[in-house]
Design a binder for this molecule. Sequence first.
Ligand code: IGP
Length: 266
Amino acid sequence: MTILEDILRQKKKEVEQLKKQPIVETPSANKPVQTVVHTFHNTDRMNIIAEIKRASPSKGSIDMEADPAEQAILYEACGAGAISVLTDEAFFKGSLDDLRAVRNAVDIPILCKDFVIDKVQIDHAKSAGASIILLIVAAMNPSKLSELYTYATRQGLEVLCEVHNEPEMETAIDLGADMIGINNRNLKTFDVTLSTTERLASMVVNPETILISESGIKTRDDVMETAKSGASGILVGETLMRSNNLQELFNELKIPLSEGGRSHAR
Ligand SMILES: O=P(O)(O)OC[C@@H](O)[C@@H](O)c1c[nH]c2ccccc12
């Protein structure tokens, strides 16, 4: 069994529990927030989606003591374009409470990073203050994906549609996803290859589609590589969580997009 199958089996059980729980609306969930699709199209530097990640199945503990609100305030001050909060508890040690705390602390868009397979998760994420929902193409069939995509969009949420390989990229393009995340991490082997971004980005011909390169990004050279492939955003977790000089790291990673960026190049 792959880790994704393992996670999805657990998620199905959680969804049944979630359906019985009342939806708690966080007052700050109604803060007006910019859409990332808009801001990422209009910046001349690499956009960073900075992730709050305590632990992961591939790395074990990363920073179990992290305070999500404090970390989010730092990310925002350093120039993050959005914050990703891992809300999965069983495998990533996060929670929707983390997301609520982040929503209270900052004004930038928030991505609810979870394995969404049911509308009820979207309802809970929205009430906790998420403005962006992750939909992983590998986690469901195309008709479910399309149903959840439409549902989230109608709620006024943005969707980051995540792909790992060519058939998944075709599905995301057919769906008309305006923001596609290319995960450089192979979910079966945990291997990270930045060239995944290049391979899959080349399939996208619509210049309006925002491409986000996800996972394994550590250095300015890594960011250059993703920008050359056409990414205008990067999703970074572990490197930021382990950094003790976030401002310096953000300055290093926020490269100008003028040379490699696809919105400028095409
Ligand atoms: O910590 P990294 O290697 O910078 O990766 C961040 C992010 O891409 C990764 O956490 C991620 C990408 N897609 C996901 C789906 C679910 C959980 C986690 C993820």
